[in-house]
Design a protein around this ligand. Sequence first.
Ligand SMILES: [Zn+2]
Length: 470
Amino acid sequence: MPLKRGMKITSWVVLAFFCFGASAYAADELLVLKAARMFDGKSNSLIQNGVVVIKDDKIVDAGSNLQIPGGARVIDLGDATLCPGFMDAHTHLTEDFSGNYNERRLRELDLNVSEQAIQATEFARVTIEAGFTTVRDLGSRFVASHEFVDVALRNSINKRVVVGPRMLVATKGIGATGGHFDPTNGFRDFLFGREPDYKDGIADGPDEIRKAVRFEVKNGADVIKAAVSGGVLSLTDEVDTPQLTPDEIAALVDESHRLRKKVAVHCHGDQVAREAIEAGVDSIEHGSFMKPDTLAMMKKKGTFLTPTLMASEWIMGKIGNYPAALQAKAKAATAARSDMFRNAVKMGVKISFGTDAAVYPHGQNAKEFKLMVDLGMSPIDALKSATANDAELLGIAQKVGTLEKGKLADVIAVPGDPTADITATERVSFVMKEGRIIRQGPSGADKTEKRASLDVSGFRRLIHFAVLFG
Ligand SMILES: [Zn+2]
């Protein structure tokens, strides 16, 4: 019986659709965004007179010179370019490594993890206000704590308790004893009472690696991150040495892929990059010392490179903030990464946009665009890296990454033409996530100005709700 009844309802719906199908949406439910130009996330040039039509949380139409449905609410952004919300495939929204290195290490031990979590809500807010509506957050750990702050932040954003970008989180990240991710590196032995283990993301041997992957997925990881080589901001390792064996990397990739999670590996060194690419990782993060042959392997395999140029840029600009050993590692990695990136662009390696936010202050993510363009990438390809490419790498291309019918309405605007001046991406003037306006108005470089513009946007939001519900 229930089946028949269901069929009856369906046929009424079908009949109703044919009767009223011509006006699928009531015009007063539609919101229209207009601007002089539009970047749709996939085309090789900008579209003139861009129009995006939105209903609830989705795009129902997008294109050039579309007819505006009568009665729709229209926001005309003028001499600006509409873009899909930017994505950053490498952030650490729960952390801040940007100040003096040793002061930060001490502060992290002083502060209650709950207080650090509250700070993270501010990092999430400034990130989305800079136009980044999605991030892949690659690691959140607090020494001697088992809290999953990134999972909590992601969930709170999804529940709209906190304003921030859509997050895909990696929880702790996985690495070897004494490797880049070992949180006790550089502290006196057993200062924290025990050696870190899989519950801290520290694992040795294929079986323990599998256990760490399973433990992270159980606790909410969307993506698996691992350190296969040394890193810059760790005290007891060399920057380019292999830290996982081929057997360990194979176990990491196999276990993650079996659980339908992608694998991002922190990797500066060339040798272990080859081993990781061979094992089938989805992205190489940093990749500073990779040689052309290794890049050719990536191209063949379709492995993404997430270059994080901002990280080395920031560290080199504040080199006095770091202990001497880290200064030497930073210099070596930075000297190598520019040629590596130029080669990757020339060879057509898939490049995702990722910045290592936390190494520099949150909210400056868009400065990566100019660094990419200065090293030989075309502005349109740089824009694609932060939209369609990241959506592909994150496995969410069916939902976001382009301005197309059926996609979630993550839409931002930048002033002028970003293909003529890529730094326009640093002055995002409008941010919408899933059909909700996060901010509207000029961004301010300094904090005071930013606060003022936020208040205005809050006020506008109030008016918006008053209009909707008044
Ligand atoms: Zn990182």
